[in-house]
Design a protein around this ligand. Structure first.
Ligand SMILES: Cc1cc2nc3c(=O)[nH]c(=O)nc-3n(C[C@H](O)[C@H](O)[C@H](O)COP(=O)(O)OP(=O)(O)OC[C@H]3O[C@@H](n4cnc5c(N)ncnc54)[C@H](O)[C@@H]3O)c2cc1C
Length: 387
């Protein structure tokens, strides 16, 4: 039976699903794995709570797809995971020890129900998942990551930094894609960042980073990054894009959510004819609109681009004077006051546009909901995956 045995697969899925209380099982799996392969422990950060949750969710999703007899998406997701995991230093040996630790944990956890059918289904499902990941990782010939040196760190406002690096070798990505980044202050903790310039043959790359209050990594990137720091950068992901034949474009950027949209705009400047692009760039205070001058320069040269600055408050706080003046010369649209979701939908539902939203998860959700409530078709709206 094996992968045909939907009943056994369902039992396995329920056992590993965090929503059904799988924490103990997943905890035991990692303990067993690290006991039989100590080198696997070094792949992970000290606190494993997020890792356990993500692993449980991914495994439950995979087994659920097998129950529903859907193979296409699991294969591509697992292949991508396998390619990605190379950057953590996962080797073929780790896959062997993972497979055997996972199988024996499932067996001992489900001992009262274990039988030949469960054994066969568990064996086949785990072998399939691990096989896809290791096969894809093995087939990938390019480097697992790029290292680069910070050459410039600009504090552009109280909580946003622009950080420029020189990579040891160029990294190719499509405009609008994101990467994962590991900084020396936090080894083995990777965070997503979106390059704010198109891929550069000479290996230059730039990121805009906002310190999230209470966050682990972003405040230390903003406070502690120094020229000379060595960063590690993964291969790119994501599909945010402008369809050049898809009509006019609406872009909505909150704070450093500007980065991928700016990259797309910069890429468009290299083409002779473009759709019209209207960008709303929002922040809390006027001084948070840290990149208005660059946007003003681009709009001044490229009549297809128009930019509306938006801030929740109309005046700057006292600390704004400690940071660069961001006001561009006259010529941009007049700054609007309000939250992005409200300001953008004041102009209608933009349903004739391709709409790209980028920013923190709350901002993306609120803006998308406001557009949908106005009648914008969901398929016109793009954004990066939400947590
Ligand atoms: C596809 C993608 C691209 C991204 N690109 C960029 C980028 O170019 N520049 C950039 O500054 N950030 C970007 N981020 C966000 C970034 O990856 C981190 O999530 C963010 O910096 C917080 O990390 P942290 O370790 O400081 O916080 P954590 O310790 O991971 O989280 C602390 C708390 O903050 C919340 N949180 C997480 N992210 C955000 C956020 N963005 N805004 C508000 N609250 C948040 C978490 O839910 C948690 O409650 C991107 C995220 C994704 C998914």
């Amino acid at each position: 039976m094996g992968l045909e045995d939907r009943e056994s697969l369902r039992i396995l899925r329920d056992a590993v699903d965090p929503a059904r209380g799988s924490d103990e099982l997943i905890r035991r799996f990692y303990t067993r794995w690290f006991a039989i392969d100590m080198s696997a422990r070094d792949l992970f950060p000290p606190d494993m709570a997020d890792q356990r949750m993500n692993f449980g969710k991914a495994l439950a999703w995979f087994l659920g797809e097998l129950v529903d007899r859907r193979a296409h998406e699991p294969v591509s997701v697992l292949a991508q995971l396998g390619r990605d995991h190379r950057k953590y230093g996962v080797t073929q040996r780790h896959y062997d020890s993972l497979q055997s630790a996972l199988l024996s944990t499932l067996r001992s956890h489900l001992i009262t129900r274990w039988n030949d059918r469960l054994e066969e289904a568990a064996h086949d499902a785990v072998a399939l998942a691990v096989g896809i990941m290791r096969g894809a990782a093995d087939a990938e010939k390019g480097p697992a990551y790029r290292d680069g040196t910070v050459i410039e760190h600009l504090r552009v406002t109280r909580d946003v930094s622009v950080i420029r690096l020189q990579l040891d070798a160029p990294l190719y990505y499509h405009p609008g894609q994101y990467v994962m980044v590991q900084v020396p202050q936090w080894p083995r903790r990777w965070r997503y960042l979106s390059p704010s310039i198109p891929a550069d043959r000479g290996g230059a790359i730039e990121f805009h980073v906002r310190a999230v209050p209470g966050g682990m990594i972003s405040p230390s990137i903003v406070a502690e990054t120094r020229p000379g720091d060595r960063w590690r950068i993964s291969s790119p992901h994501g599909g945010l894009h402008v369809d050049r034949d898809g009509g006019d474009v609406l872009m909505i950027a909150g704070s450093t959510g500007l980065a991928p949209l700016r990259t797309l705009i910069m890429d468009l400047t290299r083409k002779a004819v473009n759709p019209r692009v209207h960008l709303f760039f929002g922040g809390r205070f006027p001084c948070d609109l840290y990149d208005l001058r660059t946007l003003w320069h681009i709009a001044a040269q490229n009549p297809w681009l128009s930019v509306t600055p938006v801030s929740e408050y109309s005046v700057d706080p006292p600390w704004a004077k400690d940071y660069p003046d961001v006001q561009p010369p006259r010529g941009l649209h007049v700054r609007q006051t309000g939250v992005l979701a409200d300001v953008v939908t004041r102009y209608g539902n933009w349903s004739d546009r391709q709409i790209l939203i980028s920013g923190n998860p709350d901002m993306i959700r609120a803006t998308k909901e406001a557009l949908l409530a106005k009648g914008t078709p969901a398929e016109r709206i793009q954004h990066d995956p939400l947590p």
